[in-house]
Design a protein around this ligand. Structure first.
Ligand code: ADP
Length: 358
């Protein structure tokens, strides 16, 4: 094998896309990854047939003229390049030598997407915090100036301040819960948790507020002795968030029905992979309300997503309740399914692996 063939082989081992061009900017070599990225071998064609971005072509010119390496970040537009369905972010380095130029392209799409998610999350949190804080500052100013001698107005404003401060606290509490769950989301719980006892704890916790809204709970349990693989505190959080929503958004004087059944794993005896075989506990929480329009259902577990922002805020919502539910259930190898019918109500179906009998 000569040196050229050997180099070709080495370049194909590398995960990055590599292109070599000559002085006239004709492509002399593309490694396997680069052919896969651009969906074609452009050998002997001009580099502009491969990458048209002016930002890249300018930097390439500069590198050729100044004979020094350059690195730039490039967003490859999938439509104009016809390469893939989604945007691709590349970190492109150009290394000049005497007659040849080496172009190394690292795919940094995942890192960039994470950056985008992170910064939009920070923007959202800041916005959510800013509103109650602005209102607290505004009312404090009013109390210490125009309403200084007005006892009645001061009382009213103080109660608004308390409400807003509590909203900020709830927001921070929910954010801390999400951070904690996210940090160990891949660690699946292995303890046996008594499902009926867990549901009973939740029901007791909501006794007052159920009474206040004249909402009753009706239970239909197929199995009275059901243990799931879980973390009880986290499962209490799951059921609490859903029941709290049902109390918040359902009609007064209505019913919340809780149904419980087991879904047997059909492939139990003939599947090769026994590691992930479970029977599932299916818990349905059904409320009576004006319902949720279909177009919103798939977005309800997104952070800060609310169908009616004003209504959620009025009810003390943070827009994070169902996000927490989704994260906890992921951690439990479980799932959440939401169905809803206008003027009837919603069904929240939770699926959690049943603990094996030991
Ligand atoms: P929030 O703190 O706003 O209640 P959640 O994440 O718990 O946030 O829920 C997201 C949104 O889903 C709510 O703002 C509300 O619009 C809708 N929602 C959740 N549960 C129900 C329900 N039981 N009935 C009607 N709408 C609901």
């Amino acid at each position: 094998m000569d040196l050229d063939q050997q180099l070709n082989l080495f370049f194909n081992f590398i995960d990055d896309s590599i292109i070599v061009i000559d002085r006239s900017q004709k492509i002399k070599f593309q490694n396997k990854q680069s052919i896969a990225l651009f969906k074609s071998d452009f050998t002997n064609q001009h580099i502009t047939n491969l990458i048209r971005a002016p930002q890249f072509l300018d930097t390439l010119e500069k590198s050729i003229n100044e004979k020094i390496p350059y690195t730039l970040e490039l967003l490859i537009d999938p439509v104009s390049q016809d390469i893939s369905q989604t945007n691709i972010f590349l970190s492109v380095s150009i290394y000049p030598s005497k007659d040849m130029y080496l172009i190394v392209m690292k795919n940094i799409t995942d890192v960039k997407n994470l950056e985008i998610v992170r910064s939009s999350f920070i923007a959202n949190v800041s916005h959510e915090m800013r509103t109650p804080l602005a209102s607290i500052i505004g009312f404090l100013e009013t109390i210490s100036s125009t309403a200084k001698d007005d006892v009645e107005a001061t009382k009213k404003f103080l109660s608004i301040i308390e409400k807003e401060a509590n909203r900020m606290k709830r927001l921070l509490d929910d954010l801390l819960i999400i951070t904690k769950i996210e940090s160990d989301e891949h660690v699946h719980p292995t303890k046996k948790v008594d499902l009926l006892n867990t549901l009973e704890i939740v029901e007791n916790n909501f006794e007052q507020s159920l009474k206040k809204n004249n909402i009753s709970i009706e239970k239909a349990y197929d199995d009275e002795n059901l243990y799931v693989l879980g973390n009880q505190d986290e499962l209490i959080q799951v059921f609490s968030n859903i029941i709290e929503n049902s109390i918040k958004y359902a009609n007064e004087n209505s019913k919340i029905r809780i149904k419980l059944r087991i879904l047997e794993d059909k492939n139990k005896d003939n599947s090769v992979n026994r590691l992930f075989q479970y029977n599932y506990a299916i818990i349905e929480l059904i409320d009576e309300s004006e319902g949720i329009p279909k177009k919103h259902l798939h977005r309800l577990t997104e952070r800060f997503y609310r169908v009616d922002k004003a209504r959620s805020k009025d009810k003390g919502g943070t827009g994070l309740g169902l996000t927490i539910v989704k994260h906890i259930l992921n951690k439990h190898r479980g799932s959440l399914d939401i169905e809803s019918e206008i003027n009837k109500g919603s069904i929240f179906t939770i699926k959690i692996p049943v603990a094996p009998i030991t």
